[in-house]
Design a protein around this ligand. Structure first.
Ligand code: 4AD
Ligand code: MG
Length: 477
């Protein structure tokens, strides 16, 4: 007999005399109805037990969380809520679960509690739905790039360069922390370290991706990135996954077109392929909304929000226009923003980004041409000498979801920009080489994968969309 999945069985229109299934017990009602789940779908399959036919000792072991193996007949269901069910003929317990200490009881748990039990939280409907969506989105991303002529590049995780120039990096070293070798100046001598130099966990694969774009044309990376910024917010992780395409001969306008088309395509993919999970999360959010005061409720349901992104043009707005809007908007004039916008040149905070997206434009927004001094050194300087060809995509409920730019392809200007922020040329000699040998216009962007998963699932805390979140003071599991 072939082992089936719950998903396979629930999609059957015909009955089977003999089926075999393994999974975890969600509930066991009235000594008769087992709701069994194996992760293949949100839904449980109902397994009906004739208790007269089974040992009482065995029935006692059918507890929430136990792993069991069932053989039986797939029949049309007599009850409501499912087309088919299994009439159990034979049942064995593969792994017992002590009902008194199993943390995932069949009741509502808080997200905080489930975070502390992240190793078991995918046994709940909400987290299994989120993680199936995460997996689907990841597949849709590879599919999009594959179908559009991009090569998947694995950029290094250990690196000697600081791509974003922000210095918020985790050191990689195998020197003895208590007794490191020192140089003549009394500082740690990294030439004696494993790699013979200072190394860190990467904050972005972009600089390395640029080297491949300048030979393979269209590439992307999709891997883990690490930032030691001490921001304990609902949108930051110390370890997160980033998707970074990089394309030769593409300018900023092309970059915006690519990002918009890409975002729409991956969201459309889950709308087409993950309906069940999306509808479940949508309903969860609507139920949650009912407990909130009217003003805090979502204007759109989750699925409406996703459709809204696929159906609408992303509004393109320059930083300068955005500052004008923000300077004159009500929350700024009434001093409702935590950070007031007074002059051109200030960096935007998440409250400003969300105002633009949610209140002013009411659609995804691409902000571009930011002041040079609030953006990274590699972004192409505009002819005005004070702005760079940067772009950020802002999404409702999230704020910044994508950050990208047209890259500075002119050697002399790139060197000047590196000099002004004290990046030694010798550290990035290979990056400068790209501007010496066959330089060309090129662009790319980075999409924070967890921010995309937040948007797609409607979850409001980034810790709930990655299996085991790493945040300040927390690296359990
Ligand atoms: O805007 P960022 O810092 O851009 C870069 O790293 C560029 N090198 C990308 C490129 O052009 N190839 O980061 C890109 C995105 C952000 O828009 C955000 O979605 C996400 O990465 N991000 C984070 N996500 C979770 N936790 C953090 N600490 C994040 N920092 C950035
Ligand atoms: Mg950014």
């Amino acid at each position: 007999m072939k082992l089936r999945t719950v998903s396979e069985l629930l999609s059957q229109d015909i009955t089977f005399p003999e089926v075999e299934i393994k999974g975890w017990v969600r509930t066991f009602r009235a000594n008769r109805f087992i709701a069994l789940n194996d992760g293949s779908t949100l839904n449980n399959i109902q397994c009906v037990v004739d208790f007269e036919n089974f040992d009482e000792a065995l029935l006692k072991r059918i507890t929430t969380g136990a792993a069991i193996h069932i053989k039986g007949e797939l029949v049309e269901s007599q009850g409501k809520g499912q087309k088919v069910e299994i009439q159990v003929k034979n049942m064995t317990v593969l792994g017992d679960s002590d009902p008194d200490s199993y943390p995932i009881q069949p009741k509502k748990h808080s997200f905080e509690f489930l975070r502390e039990n992240a190793h078991l939280r995918t046994r709940t409907s909400t987290f299994s739905a989120i993680m199936r969506l995460r997996s689907s989105l990841s597949f849709a991303i590879h599919k999009y790039f594959n179908e559009n002529g991009f090569y998947y590049m694995h950029t290094p995780i250990i690196t000697g360069s600081d791509a974003e120039g922000a210095g918020e990096m985790f050191k990689v070293s195998n020197l003895d922390a208590k007794n490191p070798p020192l140089n003549d100046e009394g500082q740690v001598d990294y030439s004696k370290d494993f790699f013979g130099k200072e190394t860190n966990l990467t904050v972005s694969g972009q600089l390395e991706a640029e080297t491949y774009a300048m030979s393979l044309g269209k590439v992307y990376t999709f891997g883990p990135t690490f930032r030691a910024e001490n921001s304990n917010t609902s949108r930051h992780l110390a370890e997160f996954w980033m998707i970074e395409p990089e394309v030769a001969f593409m300018d900023l306008a092309g970059n915006m077109d690519l990002a918009e088309d890409f975002m729409k395509s991956v969201i459309k993919y889950i709308l087409d392929n993950n309906r069940e999970d999306l509808e479940f999360l949508d309903k969860r959010l609507q139920d949650e909304d009912k407990t909130k005061p009217q003003v805090e409720r979502n204007e759109m349901t989750l699925i409406e929000k996703l459709n809204f992104v696929t159906d609408n043009h992303f509004k393109r707005v320059s930083y300068t226009e955005a500052i004008d809007i923000l300077r004159n908007c009500k929350p700024n004039k009434k001093k409702k923003f935590k950070y007031l916008i007074n002059e051109w040149g200030t960096d935007l905070q998440s409250e400003h980004e969300r105002f633009l997206v949610e209140k002013h434009f009411k659609c995804p927004v691409i902000l571009f041409d930011y002041p040079a001094n609030i953006k990274a050194f590699y972004m192409r300087l505009n002819d005005d000498g004070k702005t760079v060809r940067a772009m950020d995509i802002l999404f409702p409920g999230i704020g910044e979801i994508v950050g990208g730019a047209q890259r500075e392809e002119r050697l002399d200007i790139l060197k000047q920009r590196m000099a002004t922020i004290d990046i030694p040329e010798k550290d990035l000699w290979w990056y400068l080489d790209l501007r010496k040998f066959g330089t060309a216009v090129h662009s790319g962007f980075g999409l924070g994968f967890e921010r995309l998963v937040m948007f797609a699932t409607g979850m409001s805390n980034i810790r709930d969309v990655i299996p085991f979140p790493r945040t300040p003071q927390n690296a359990e599991f």
